[in-house]
Ligand binder design. Structure first.
Ligand SMILES: [Zn+2]
Length: 171
């Protein structure tokens, strides 16, 4: 049996071929029936202008709905992609944080070593200056006669040199 068109009077799909009237189609919602010609007669009967307009409106709304469905699908996908990206970025951040902290600790340790090295170099410089001052009283710098360095100055100089060397080795 061909698909029956909607009832032209009320738009119902609740239609049946009436047993008593055999050839007629009857609407079980509004009671409309006829005409002769069975399914073909029913399907080719003139529709009311209101129903034609309503059907056109339904078709238009279905078309708009399909477009909005597609838009919604696209936007849902975009949202999903953004959420995935966000998760990746969060993971990167989580991995980066401990690495950053360890680099920061290394930096502070290095800065500390450098400060100690500068202090040791300062002491070395002081010791060297004292030694140089001692030489100002040398008999004649031109003949290369210099006063021997005092034991205390020598020890201080050696000590400063050892500390500077130890700090340099740590690097
Ligand atoms: Zn009807």
């Amino acid at each position: 049996m061909d698909k029956l068109k909607l009832c032209p009077f009320c738009g119902s799909v609740n239609l049946a071929q009436d047993a008593a009237l055999s050839d007629y189609i009857e609407c079980r919602d509004c009671g409309a029936y006829g005409p002769d010609g069975g399914v073909e007669g029913w399907n080719t009967r003139a529709e009311s202008p209101e129903l034609t307009a309503a059907n056109a409106r339904v078709a238009e709304l279905k078309r708009v709905n399909a477009i909005m469905d597609e838009e919604l699908r696209t936007k849902t996908q975009a949202l999903f992609n953004l959420e995935s990206e966000n998760k990746v970025l969060k993971d990167i951040d989580a991995h980066r944080q401990p690495h950053f902290e360890s680099l920061q600790q290394e930096y502070y340790a290095e800065r500390d070593r450098r400060m100690k090295l500068e202090e040791a170099l300062g002491q070395l410089h002081d010791s060297a200056s004292e030694y140089a001052a001692d030489q100002s009283g040398a008999n004649d710098p031109r003949c290369g006669v210099v006063q021997p360095i005092s034991v205390a100055d020598g020890e201080a100089l050696n000590d400063a040199l050892r500390r500077a060397a130890a700090l340099l080795e740590k690097k």
